[in-house]
Design a protein. Structure first.
Length: 365
């Protein structure tokens, strides 16, 4: 198939990383594919030839009046940058992964789709369809979805929706997701985020304060992802509490770290939820309170409803409930068997393969 494919993404890693994974899947098939993103999104991209990456100006319309005026100026520039890229590439297929960075490129798609006979496909990573995808779904051939619980969208666009899961990188065949070691070498993974989430670190401190009182919970190793600016504070806390730990701002081969984790303390972006499911990691989840459409809370509910996670409200931290959950993960074999059964109920599909098959089938019609 000689169709040129343009993948559009941007903003946060939750949008960009699945797009990059899908790009690499398509590239392995020796198909002409390019990727369009914004400056913020570009920092999550690796392993792609720079000649195939196009960057535009973009911004979201939030903040004070001065920020909004600046954002409008960036969007205006981004529109003409997108127009120039479309005219150069003349894509036949567009696969957009949402975020505000996709908005202006998709406006260009609407203007030029009849000239180039371009087909649009969307992918939604979160459990609630985002604003950009919601706006452009009527212009798309299909919307591929990670989850199937945005019932309002599912009902309105049932003919366009396909539940595929999330495109992910090729995992090492040596990783054994079921090989969790309980009762010894217990690994407690903490995602503090790129900015060092105050809420996550507050909960983490309370957990440490309580765990150090319990003599049979001393065999825990904490593996912590945190920005450098927060590391000294965390390191001092763990040294005083006499816990073993690793702390880094970035983990290479992060799949290896996920593979040995027995429990996690984290946010609930789509990528994080996907990792927890793939590596069967029970979690204490503190959703980002100001996430658009409250999607982090809705994402977290997917695991909570399956009894694979505990949702923590940053304003009402019930430390006793958290410690009980940790104790059960460490010591209760029946609880762990139940966790494994619940994780196994989630569909493990090859999202990239399923998406590409449907795109190819559409092109034959």
């Amino acid at each position: 198939m000689k169709n040129s494919i343009l993948i559009i993404t941007g903003g946060t890693g939750g949008h960009v990383i699945p797009a990059v994974n899908f790009y690499k899947y398509i590239e392995r098939k020796n198909i002409d594919v390019n990727l369009l993103t914004d400056k913020r999104g570009s920092k999550y991209i690796n392993g792609i030839n720079k000649q195939n990456i196009y960057k535009i100006n973009s911004s979201h319309l939030s903040g004070n009046i001065f920020f909004k005026l600046k954002a409008i100026f960036k969007l205006f520039i981004g529109f003409f940058q997108s127009l120039r890229i479309f005219i150069k590439l003349k894509p036949k297929i567009i696969v957009s992964f949402g975020s505000y960075a996709s908005f202006m490129p998709l406006v260009c798609f609407i203007l030029l789709k009849f000239f180039y006979k371009t087909n649009l496909y969307l992918h939604e990573q979160n459990s609630v369809v985002g604003q950009t995808n919601k706006f452009f779904i009527k212009y798309s051939k299909k919307i591929f979805m990670h989850f199937n619980n945005d019932y309002k969208t599912l009902k309105k666009y049932s003919d366009k929706i396909l539940i595929t899961g999330l495109p992910q990188k090729e995992f090492d065949d040596n990783l054994n997701y079921d090989n969790k070691k309980y009762n010894c070498n217990f690994k407690f993974l903490v995602f503090a985020g790129s900015q060092g989430s105050i809420e996550i670190l507050t909960i983490f401190k309370e957990i440490i304060h309580e765990l150090k009182k319990i003599s049979n919970l001393k065999n825990i190793q904490f593996i912590i992802q945190s920005p450098l600016i927060k590391q000294e504070e965390i390191r001092n806390l763990l040294i005083k509490s006499n816990f073993d730990y690793q702390i880094k701002d970035f983990f290479e081969n992060f799949e290896q770290t996920l593979n040995i984790a027995n429990i996690a303390l984290c946010r609930s972006g789509a990528g994080t939820i996907n990792d927890l499911i793939n590596f069967k990691i029970p979690a204490i989840i503190c959703p980002l309170a100001n996430a658009k459409d409250n999607h982090q809370y809705e994402n977290a509910k997917i695991l909570s409803n399956a009894e694979c996670a505990l949702i923590v409200n940053k304003d009402k931290i019930n430390i006793d409930t958290i410690i009980l959950f940790i104790k059960k993960v460490i010591h209760d074999k029946n609880f762990n068997n139940s966790l494994l059964d619940n994780f196994n109920k989630f569909q493990n599909s090859n999202a990239s393969e399923l998406m590409w098959k449907n795109i190819k089938d559409d092109q034959k019609k």
